[in-house]
Design a binder for this molecule. Sequence first.
Ligand SMILES: Cc1cc2nc3c(=O)[nH]c(=O)nc-3n(C[C@H](O)[C@H](O)[C@H](O)COP(=O)(O)O)c2cc1C
Length: 343
Amino acid sequence: MSANIPPAGADHWTECLSGDARRLEAELASLRAQIDLCCNLGGLQLGSPVLVASGTYGFGREYGALYSPALLGAVCTKCVTLEPRAGNVPPRVTETPAGMLNSIGLENPGVDVFLREELPWLRDQGARVVVNIAGHTVAEYGRLTARLDGTPGIAGLEVNVSCPNVDRGGMAFGVSAKSTEAVMRVIRKETSLPLICKLTPNVTDVTEIARAAEESGADVLSLINTLLGMAIDIETRRPVIGNTFGGLSGPAVKPVALRMVWQVRQAVKLPLLGLGGIACAEDAVEFILAGASAVAVGSGTFSNPLLPLEVTVGLGGYLKRTGLRLADAVGLAHRPQGKEATT
Ligand SMILES: Cc1cc2nc3c(=O)[nH]c(=O)nc-3n(C[C@H](O)[C@H](O)[C@H](O)COP(=O)(O)O)c2cc1C
């Protein structure tokens, strides 16, 4: 970029993209008049099966100038903890081929600020809010859930079990069926809100953890969280990420995510929220055919803020073109070979 051109700020991009946003809104309104995009995701009544993934949409304000978060199935918030957290040491992100590594940590303002300053905005916008919750001990998850339970404007909770368990030497809760169960049971006791357990892909057998979550009170399973990875700067000869390791996301992880959704679909009865590398509507259709009842767009939103709307419109267009109802498309790729898809 020439040194004379000032860097474009958020307002500049909002202006550039607002024409496309209005077009997508109009297309979505027209599709809604022709097909049913609503879905019931384990008790969560959603107007669309396309959500935004935790940590890639903040608490929504940055995108609010472009389009209303009410157009999304739901907003999965950045993780919220009992106390405010500063997150990990920088650098926290780096690009990788077809993806990115992040090590944000649990940076968030804490549940009190979330309830006072962030949730009211989302509620006023008419957004469905799924609060992504995190903790370092089982008891912390329980206390946080009790604090959130009964708050108007919260449609459900997504339990991030990829956090280190300080009572077990820092191993992530979600890599063990036993500790996943312990977290989910404590949370289940504190709320009757729909509970999504977010599975980590950093395990040998994801179906074992999925079954544990199903047996301990989850209503929905979301998958996948990021894959553990790293990058090294060959000039400094040090890891690029301040925390050495980071979570890989973006198109590079989609085949892994899709395979896991497929496997978990065969292992449990719970509805699934599929995510990992969705970069276009066709990716979302693949997740649905693999067994996801709804999908979430994550890092793709960083390079294209309109992606969640584009995916919604494209998915709606696919359903219209094929004559499939959303519920009938879920898991359709599992049908025995030779059996035609009925429309
Ligand atoms: C910058 C960043 C921050 C994230 N923060 C969270 C988080 O707070 N809680 C969580 O459960 N997942 C978090 N994730 C994981 C995403 O929600 C998602 O599961 C993952 O990135 C895979 O989807 P994607 O490839 O579409 O991004 C984060 C991902 C990124 C890229």
